[in-house]
Design a protein around this ligand. Sequence first.
Ligand code: CA
Length: 222
Amino acid sequence: MRILVVEDDSLLADGLVSVLSRAGHAVEHAASGRLADSLLERESYDLVVLDVGLPDIDGFEVLRRLRARRSSAGVLVLTARDAVDDRVRGLDLGANDYLTKPFSVTEFEARVRALLRRNVPHAARWSIAGMDVDIAAKRVRVHDKPVELTPREWALLELFLQRPGYVLSKSQIAESLFSFDDQLSPNAIEVHVSRLRSKIGAAGVHIRTVRGFGYLWDGADE
Ligand code: CA
């Protein structure tokens, strides 16, 4: 896969580039927001690892311009420690996921894998870990046992399957489940997600909670 690393800290950038190259990706590096923006305008990448604190135009602006051009590249935002606002701002601007510095190589590799897996074409059947999903028949089996889902849980599952590795905010979830309910409070969404989690959790798939924001379908145990 083709990956662009946007990071002005040369030590960290070298580390990320070498980890990604070792994993077999074609990696390019931009040390400034301006360079990143011009590369992103001309070239296409599967994934952008984007530091928000850059010397000229910041990562948020790079991200905003990228999404304004309707690029579907995955974006993993790197934020400073405890910068919750940056996290939320990045996700609002269309980042797929974020990592808070400092992070471990293992964590970085896992997030990159999850994001690169997300470009899965729509399929009629899915087999993920111990779970089989028949989209057309709306049937789910966990370790070969049928699981009954309510229409809302089914809609949630479909939403997650369409956007693996993508953080969904509660408002995005509410919007897509809106047709069932006039009002869907954040608490109601939590209830639906936790029921879905308990019904399919045995399959080894994970719906991660992104605190204060929403949920991430994290794929399955490898
Ligand atoms: Ca920086």
